[in-house]
Each structure stands twice: as structure tokens, then as C-alpha cells.
Design a protein around this ligand. Structure first.
Ligand SMILES: Nc1nc2c(c(=O)[nH]1)N[C@H]1C(S)=C(S)[C@@H](COP(=O)(O)O)O[C@H]1N2
Ligand SMILES: [Mo]
Length: 318
């Protein structure tokens, strides 16, 4: 008997929002996509098709990483976002469309054998893309589940050839205040900066994201390159990265600089350590709208707990 197998994250048609993922004809013309195929089928051409790496998707699924809850519908994950460059509310997806993600250069510097500047498409094509289902827990106590595509951070580290004394990987988001008007708010310490230790960067879970839902990642979710560290609060997972710096100094991160008593460097998920203003014991799953218990390291302890052995003097959970 023939059985149509759907991928785990494929969602019922009624949950999809074509409006948000389809180009209108005018945009196709503006993008120069006036070939035979696009003019014959103007209303089925998707934004992702204009991405120079679109042919790499979907990438093979790595089934080592499983989830214990439903995948969040794409329409939710592309429209409910934290991306302060475009506004402080979670409705920035339309504003984020203004971000020009090509051409896009990525710089690798600091304690490396040689500085590298590469265009994003060359970088993506060098890397072994795979799909992983990951849970994501925001410090604001909501959570999502995403079918990411990307490559292990350890592959970027290999490519970068850091010197032996590098201890941290610092990451930086673009700076374009004319496009991302949130960056005109001078009381924020732009650009957005994040960082991990070299051991964290080389942990198998640390993932550089180039895609989601089987195509290039949406601008609202951090195109063309963001990180995902599923055992940490979401603010560690920096979006739209333009620079990686290897350093022996612990970076001061965006949220740490803004509110060091509320947001720290480590930010590992822990239901038993409350945020100063709210409990972290439970979270709202955006896929089901249900409140569910939060797990230590967001459920990824078997992969990451060893990283923090003997470090109890550090504020590991905020
Ligand atoms: N550059 C940048 N990266 C960022 C943020 C941001 O405001 N700017 N917000 C963070 C927070 S708080 C969360 S929860 C996640 C949200 O990712 P998502 O919109 O893909 O769900 O992105 C993180 N990365
Ligand atoms: Mo967050």
C-alpha cells in the first residue's frame, strides 16, 4: 500500500498563512524574477526561491535530536519574534523584511591563524547542512519548537582555525540603523553581541542556522545566519550574524550590559532559578498554548551538563 509520508514538522493546511510566505507579483518583478517559470506561476513563487542557496533545502534530517512536543507552526515562528533591532514588541516580522540579506559578508577575526572575510553563500556551501528539530525557551517563559537547517558551530570553528589560547567565541549582529530603526534607540548597546566559551561552541548541540522549515531562514528569525543554543535562554541565540571573533576575554553581551542583575553570560535554562521578576518553573508552548513544566537545560542535560561541572561559583542560570 502506498502511504504518503509527511515530515514530522509538516503542518495541517489550515494552519499555514500563504500571505506571509508568498511574494506578490510586484515583488517578483522587482527582484528580477521575470523568467518563464515565474511569469507563468507568479503566485506560487516563494520568497525563498530568490535566495542563492535555496537549492540546498531541504537538507537531510539528523534524527539524533528529537522533540517531545509538537513543532510550532511556521506561521507562528515567522511572526512572533524577539528582534529588538526592528522593535521591542514581538510583531516585527514585516519591518524585518527590509533587511538586505544579500550581499552579506561574514568576518572571522581575533585570535585566528588568519582573518577571513567570506560572503555568506560561499560559507554556506562549504558547510555540511543538516536539519535538526530543536526546542527553544525564551527567558520570557514562552517556548517554541523549530525544524532548523544549519551546521554545527564546531564546523565554523574548524574553518576559522583559532589559536590555542582563544577561550571565547564572540558574535555580533549587523549595524544598519537606517534599515533597523530600533538601532536608532541610543540607550541600547548596539550592535547586539553574544558569546560562548570554546567548549560551548564545540558542543555538538551548538548550531549555526541558515534555514528553517526546509528553506532559507526567514528574516524575522535571523536570516541569513543565526545561532541556536537550545539549552540556553533564547537571548543567547543571536540573529543575523556578521562577525565572529575569537578572544581570551569574556564578551559583555547585549542583555548583560543592559541589565546585569537580570541577564548574565551563561543563561542556562533552569526551572528552579527564578528571574528576579518572574518564575522560570513553567513556560507557554506557542504551538499548543499550554503551560508546561520547564526542564533543566531545557531538557538537554545529557548533552551539556558536563560543560558546567565544578563551576558552581558562576551564575550559570541567568
Ligand atoms: N540580533 C538579535 N538577536 C536576537 C534577539 C534580538 O533582539 N536581536 N532576540 C533574542 C531573543 S530574546 C530570542 S527569544 C530569540 C528569538 O528568536 P525567534 O524570533 O527566531 O523565535 O532571538 C534572540 N536573538
Ligand atoms: Mo528571548
Amino acid at each position: 500500500m502506498y502511504i504518503k509520508r509527511t515530515r514530522g514538522w509538516e503542518i495541517p493546511e489550515r494552519l499555514a498563512t500563504p500571505e506571509s510566505t508568498y511574494f506578490d507579483r510586484r515583488q517578483i518583478l522587482a527582484a528580477g524574477g521575470v523568467g518563464l517559470a515565474s511569469s507563468a506561476f507568479p503566485f506560487v513563487a516563494r520568497a525563498a526561491d530568490t535566495d542563492p542557496t535555496a537549492d540546498l533545502y531541504p537538507a537531510p534530517r539528523n534524527s539524533r535530536y528529537t522533540i517531545n512536543r509538537p513543532v510550532t507552526p511556521e506561521s507562528i515562528n515567522t511572526t512572533y519574534n524577539n528582534f529588538y533591532e526592528f522593535g521591542t514588541q514581538r510583531n516585527i516580522s514585516a519591518a524585518a523584511e527590509a533587511l538586505p540579506t544579500r550581499p552579506w559578508e561574514v568576518k572571522i577575526d581575533g585570535m585566528v591563524e588568519e582573518e577571513i572575510t567570506t560572503d555568506i553563500d560561499t560559507l554556506i556551501r562549504r558547510m555540511p547542512l543538516e536539519e535538526r528539530l530543536y526546542r527553544h525557551r525564551c527567558v520570557e517563559a514562552w517556548s517554541i519548537t523549530v525544524p532548523w537547517t544549519g551546521f554545527p558551530v564546531s564546523e565554523l570553528v574548524k574553518f576559522a582555525r583559532p589559536l590555542g589560547d582563544a577561550q571565547y567565541l564572540r558574535m555580533e549582529t549587523f549595524m544598519m540603523p537606517d534599515v533597523a530603526t530600533g538601532q536608532k534607540q541610543v540607550w541600547y548597546p548596539w550592535p547586539y553581541v553574544e558569546g560562548v566559551t570554546m567548549a560551548e561552541a564545540n558542543n555538538e548541540l551548538a548550531f549555526l542556522v541558515t534555514g528553517a522549515y526546509g528553506k532559507p531562514v526567514a528574516k524575522s528569525m535571523g536570516a541569513p545566519l543565526r545561532i541556536h543554543l537550545p539549552w540556553k535562554y533564547g537571548f543567547k541565540s543571536i540573529k543575523s550574524i556578521v562577525r565572529f571573533t575569537f578572544t581570551d576575554e569574556r564578551p559583555i553581551t547585549f542583555w548583560e550590559e543592559l541589565g546585569p542583575s537580570e541577564y548574565g553570560f551563561w543563561a542556562n535554562v533552569n526551572p528552579d532559578v527564578a528571574h528576579p521578576r518572574w518564575s522560570q518553573a513553567t513556560e507557554r508552548d506557542l504551538a499548543t498554548n499550554e503551560r508546561i513544566p520547564t526542564e533543566l537545560y531545557n531538557g538537554y542535560g545529557e548533552f551539556v551538563a558536563d560543560l558546567y561541572a565544578g563551576m558552581d561559583d558562576q551564575r550559570l542560570y541567568m
